[in-house]
Each structure stands twice: as C-alpha cells, then as structure tokens.
Design a binder for this molecule. Structure first.
Ligand SMILES: Nc1ncnc2c1ncn2[C@@H]1O[C@H](COP(=O)(O)OP(=O)(O)OP(=O)(O)O)[C@@H](O)[C@H]1O
Ligand SMILES: [Mg+2]
Length: 474
C-alpha cells in the first residue's frame, strides 16, 4: 500500500493543531533512539509563542542592493526606506513601477501601456536566463559609469506564427498590468515595464540570480542526504521559505487576485536580498466579479479548477483557494520525497502535461476519481487527509507489503528510520493537508497558515537558515 495515499486515513478535519507526540506508541528499541535524539543539545528547537515569533521581523531586506542601484536611471527614488514599508503586510507603497518605465515608444503605442522613460543607454543583451511557454528570458547588462553595472531580466514574447506571438505579447502585457497594480513587494519580482534592448522587445524585470525553488529544494535535499544538515534544519529552512511565499500570497490576496501558476519554478531565490521572489504572473486573475482563471500546471491545480486545463473556454471562477492548494501541493511533494517517494504530486496518477485539451478531459476525470475518497465526508463529517498519520505498526505492515524483506531486522530498522522522519515532518505534513483540502471551502487560508505551528515554531536562528540556503544556492 502506498504510504501517502493508503486507505486507512485518519480524521481530516481542519482546525485541529494536535501534533500528537506518537513516541509512546514506539516499541522499546525505538523509544531509546527517540529519547536520545530528543536530548541532543545540537538539535533542540526553540519553542516560541505565536506572538513572540510574529513580533520578530525577519522578512527580507527591503533596501535595493547597491548592485541594482537605479539612482542613475530612475527619475524616482534612490532606495526604499522603512517609511515606505506597510508594517502590516511587508509591502511597499511607492506606487510600484510608475517610478520606472519603458523605453520603446512603439511598444507603448501598441500595448497602450505608458510609463515614464527608463534610460537604457549602454544596455546590452546577455545570455539566455531561461525560457517558458511564452518566450525566452535574457540577461540585460547596463554599464552605468564604468564602475557600476545594472542587471535586469528581459522576458520576450515568441511564437511560431504572428498570431501566436501576438497572443504571447498580450500575455506579457497582462503580466505588466498585474504587476503594476500589485506595486512593489519584497517577495514579488520587480517589474520595470516594457523595453527594447538590442532589437529584442519584452518586459524588463529586476534580475533574480536564482536558483528557482525547484533547484533550491533539490540542493537542500542533497545537503540533508549528505549529512550536512539535519532533518530539523531542513524542515526549518523550508518553513522559512514558506513564510516568504505566504507574504507574497497575502499581498496578492489583499488585491483580491490569484497567481494561477504557483509552482517551484515560479519562485526564485534572490541572494542579493536573501529573499524568495514570486515571478511569472501570466496566468494571474482577479477574484472580483466574473474574474476567471486558466491554471498553469496540472500538478498544482485543485479539483475544482481542473477543467480549466482544457483551455480558456473552460476557465473557472478565480478564487484564492486555487493558489492555496498549490502551496500545499509543493510541500506534499517535498514530504513524499523525504519519506523515500519520488516527490510526485498527489494528482500524479492523472498527469495531463503535454496532452491535447481533448485528452486532458479524460485525465481530469481520472483525477476526480483519485480524489473521490478525499472529497467524500466520513460519517463524522471529517475528510480523509491527503497525507495520513500512521502508527509504527501500520508502517511496519506497509513496508513489509511493499518490500517483502526476508528477515525482520532490516524491516524493523527501516520502519524505525521512517517513523522518526515522519515525526519530524509531521507539522509540514499537516500544513500540506490543510492547504490541500479537496473541498475549496474547507481549505485553509494563507492568513490562517501564517500562524500554523510549522511556521511559528521554526528555529529563530536566521543566520543558520540563511547560511544553509546560501550554500544550497551557490
Ligand atoms: N527576473 C528574473 N530574473 C532571472 N531569471 C528570470 C527572471 N524571470 C524569469 N527568469 C527565468 O526565465 C524562466 C521563464 O520565466 P517565466 O516563468 O516568467 O516564463 P514563462 O514563459 O511564463 O514560464 P512557464 O510558463 O514555463 O512557467 C524562469 O523559470 C527563470 O529561469
Ligand atoms: Mg514560469
């Protein structure tokens, strides 16, 4: 039986925060191991009250680093000050990109987007930074005064046909408009408007060195597997990154908008400001009025929005619960990987990637089937969680069914190791479950999850966490 998706799940009701310490159910041999781990002085976590933790502001640095100083190209401000910070949300109230601007008059005319001019003299197109469905992203280097260089990323629209290119251009325009409305935020990519560099037209963004979260997560897991960091440290680091995702989500939700394409490759680590930044707002939609969304990636799409994967004719009503599911899914995959799985999505049995819209309908049906056990309430009205808690004995049984070891000892040792890992990862698992509730109305909100034990009880040793991330990002 699959450990994550087995049939003997427990109560999935939403508001319990009982991280039951199951060590009492451990056999004697395991108890000894558990207690010795518990007593380890190097591995003790600081317990915090929610308020104490929330008072401690460890949000990313908001000053623009000197390397990105825009003093010589901005008609606006040199740097951001604490006066600009909305202390409640961590967002900046500068009127966003209006302080920056575009250089290409044709573009302004074509797109209807106007903004103060940005002087991109001496700017040259550098290497390709990445590519996506809409086009390529290039490095832009601008020599300012022989001493300083400004770096940007230029996202271009491409396409085989003129129509395709125009459609992608329209998506870029949409992205600029969304980011202009959102303004500046420490956890959201900085948008500078339309620009043309070396004949390439596109949207200019502040450069984020990366890696993206997918690469960063891989490296963090490697660090753990090589013994460079403990599982506690890994969990704390993931919780730290998650808090930054939540900051970005709260900012979006304040504007009553969803991203629509949340996935690890759309979060990038910026080592200049030690912050995680959300990019790629092409699918973003307003939750107001008749606002509708076409979700970007099937693995991160909740059951109620799965139809949208068939294309814009099937767009669904935008709702913040759609993004929230994606946040849960990202942790679900990490949890799966860390417990020996392949890091697959919950919906993996219903992969739709690369399929034509008509074929996607079939897959969407499969996904719904897979979700059925989780969308049907139990007699007490609760729902089965997407990650179930298992006792040590159940775990032994699962492993023995799957691996069928010849002797007892290897089975026992494997179960012990896994069980201990599960205890450490339990807060993260609960976090994933609350965000992945298959019924949208029961799904937790980002605001609620800011106070989730996994987030508020993480280590307060920010230096250590940032060192871990720096090593992983290098
Ligand atoms: N500001 C930036 N700084 C550095 N690299 C960037 C930046 N923005 C985008 N990139 C790189 O370009 C890639 C594609 O960007 P983006 O996700 O915005 O495009 P997309 O076409 O919408 O992608 P997809 O649809 O595949 O998610 C990113 O994964 C990243 O590697
Ligand atoms: Mg992307």
């Amino acid at each position: 039986m699959d450990i994550m998706n087995g049939s003997n799940g427990i109560d999935g009701s939403r508001h319990t925060t009982d991280f039951i310490d199951n060590k009492d159910s451990l056999p004697e041999k395991n108890k000894a191991k558990w207690h010795s781990r518990e007593a380890s002085p190097t591995d003790v976590k600081t317990e915090l009250t929610p308020n104490a933790d929330m008072d401690r502001v460890d949000y990313p640095i908001l000053e623009r680093p000197a390397r990105f100083s825009t003093s010589s190209i901005d008609s606006g401000r040199d740097s951001l000050t604490s006066d600009d910070l909305d202390s409640e949300s961590g967002s900046l109230s500068l009127g966003g990109w209006e302080h920056h601007g575009s250089v290409d008059d044709d573009f302004v005319e074509e797109t209807g987007i106007s903004s103060p001019p940005l002087n991109l003299e001496n700017a040259v197109l550098g290497k390709e930074l990445g590519s996506g469905r809409f086009g390529k992203v290039y490095l832009v280097e601008q020599n300012i005064d022989n001493k300083r260089t400004c770096y940007f990323a230029l996202k271009t629209a491409q396409g085989g046909s003129r129509e395709e290119k125009e459609a992608n251009l329209a998506k870029l325009k949409h992205e600029v408009e969304v980011l202009a409305a959102l303004g500046v935020h420490a956890n959201i990519v900085e948008c500078r408007g339309f620009a043309k560099v070396d004949q390439e037209e596109g949207v200019l963004f502040g450069l984020i060195q990366g890696p993206d979260l997918s690469g960063l997560n891989n490296r963090l897991c490697e660090q753990f597997e090589q013994g460079d960091i403990t599982l506690h440290e890994l969990s704390d680091t993931l919780a730290f990154l998650e808090q930054q995702k939540l900051n970005a989500m709260l900012h979006l939700q304040k504007a009553n908008r969803i991203h629509g394409d949340l996935k690890p490759s759309n979060f990038m680590w910026d080592s200049e400001s030690n912050s995680l930044k959300l990019i790629d707002f092409g699918q973003s939609a307003s939750c107001e009025g008749e606002g509708r969304v076409v979700c970007g990636h099937e693995d991160y799409t909740p059951p109620e929005a799965i139809d949208s994967l068939q294309g814009s004719a099937h767009a669904v009503k935008a709702n913040i619960a759609i993004d929230n599911y994606a946040l849960g899914q990202m942790q679900f995959m990490m949890h799966d990987y860390l417990l020996g799985g392949k890091g697959h999505a919950f919906s993996n049995g219903a992969k739709t990637e690369g399929l034509a819209p008509s074929q996607r309908t079939e897959k969407a049906f499969l996904f719904r089937q897979a979700m059925k056990a989780f969308t049907t309430p139990k007699e007490d009205g609760s729902y089965q969680k997407v990650i179930e808690d298992v006792s040590f004995d159940e775990l032994m049984m699962q492993i023995s069914e799957k691996d069928q070891p010849a002797t007892f000892d290897p089975l026992y040792d494997k179960a012990t190791e896994m069980y201990e890992k599960m205890q450490v990862l339990r807060p993260m698992a609960d976090y994933a479950c609350r965000f992945m509730h298959p019924i949208a109305e029961h799904r937790a909100t980002a605001q609620e999850m800011m106070n989730h034990p996994w987030i508020i009880n993480r280590s307060t040793d920010i230096d250590r966490i940032e060192n871990i991330i720096s090593a992983a990002a290098a």
